[in-house]
Design a binder for this molecule. Structure first.
Ligand SMILES: Nc1ncnc2c1ncn2[C@@H]1O[C@H](COP(=O)(O)OP(=O)(O)O)[C@@H](O)[C@H]1O
Ligand SMILES: [Mg+2]
Length: 284
């Protein structure tokens, strides 16, 4: 864990130092456990990620009397892209909120880097390295692009200008439009602002709820490329996506949620190759 030659521009001294810049597809990721299990897509596989960096374990809870999540487990190893898919109302956003601490769980735990954070506030979780881009209202529309990014650095005491330059390298159009109000940007550009703002915290885990909602297929592909780029720096990505097929193509680990439960769990490739998952959730 030496910080001086850290190749990850996003995390200075805080992150996962055991990642090379190139992710090794799925080998040694979910794949290792799956090979041992015969390679099948399992109905439920809590704990399959073994030494996962981010763990929402057997989460049960909701907004009131009725549980939305039931025994739901979501995990990601350091530097992986984990993707949650499933029908509308399945509880995908609720699972994200639970992991970020916006929902009190009736049972289950949340851990980051082995530390139990189940009872921490969202703000305290940001301090532990979590960043969350919610599904809606994820930018300040009347503020400039630059001000939005500065808001992301709100909790930081150090000089964040270097991080802002890295965000501009990742999303060059934001540099051009840095003085423009975020509300005037296109949908895809606003999503870049939202992701950029989250990166300003130098997170270890970046959580994205439908980052490509409402953008064109080309913009979606570009955004996925940038997300892969971020993951290659060692940041763990947990993402909810409507564009299930495309998202699973870049996923190391995939979760299909149905009615708040784990319906299918596997590598992205396994889920894409599973006839039942294809027929029921991917349109054949
Ligand atoms: N703030 C809330 N208060 C009460 N119920 C909610 C709230 N948010 C979502 N729900 C309900 O929880 C269920 C799951 O919603 P959600 O997690 O948003 O699903 P998804 O993101 O998979 O579309 C839905 O039945 C929804 O109506
Ligand atoms: Mg949702």
């Amino acid at each position: 864990m030496s910080g001086t030659t850290d190749p990850n521009p996003w995390q200075d001294n805080r992150g996962n130092k055991d990642r090379s810049i190139t992710r090794s597809s799925t080998a040694g990721g979910v794949g290792a456990a799956d090979a041992a299990a015969g390679g099948a897509v399992r109905p439920v596989a809590p704990g399959a990620a073994g030494s996962a960096f981010l763990v929402g374990e057997r989460m049960t809870g909701g907004y009131g009397a009725a549980d939305i999540l039931t025994d739901c487990t979501i995990e990601a190893r350091a530097g992986e892209i984990a993707v949650i898919v499933g029908p509308n109302g399945a509880g995908k956003s609720t699972a994200m909120k639970a992991i970020f601490g916006m929902l009190t769980l009736r049972s289950g735990r949340v851990r980051i880097g082995g530390e139990d954070i189940t009872h921490l506030s969202p703000q305290a979780r940001v301090g532990k390295g979590m960043a969350f881009v919610p599904q809606t209202n994820n930018v300040f529309p009347s503020m400039s692009v630059e001000e939005n990014l500065e808001m992301g650095a709100f909790l930081r005491q150090d000089d964040f200008r270097g991080t802002m330059e890295q965000v501009f390298e990742l999303f060059p159009v934001l540099k051009q439009k840095r003085r423009q109000a975020a509300g005037e940007l296109s949908g895809g550009q606003r999503q870049q602002v939202a992701v950029g703002r989250a990166l300003m915290t130098e997170p270890k885990v970046l959580m994205l709820d439908e980052p490509t909602a409402g953008v064109s297929p080309i913009v979606m592909d570009e955004l996925f490329d940038r997300i892969v780029e971020v993951a290659r720096t060692g940041i763990t990505i947990l993402m909810v996506e409507q564009n299930a097929r495309q998202a699973l193509e870049i996923a190391d680990r995939g979760y299909v949620l149905v009615q708040g439960r784990n319906a299918y769990t596997g590598t992205g490739a396994e889920l894409l190759g599973n006839p039942e998952v294809r027929r029921t959730f991917l349109g054949g």
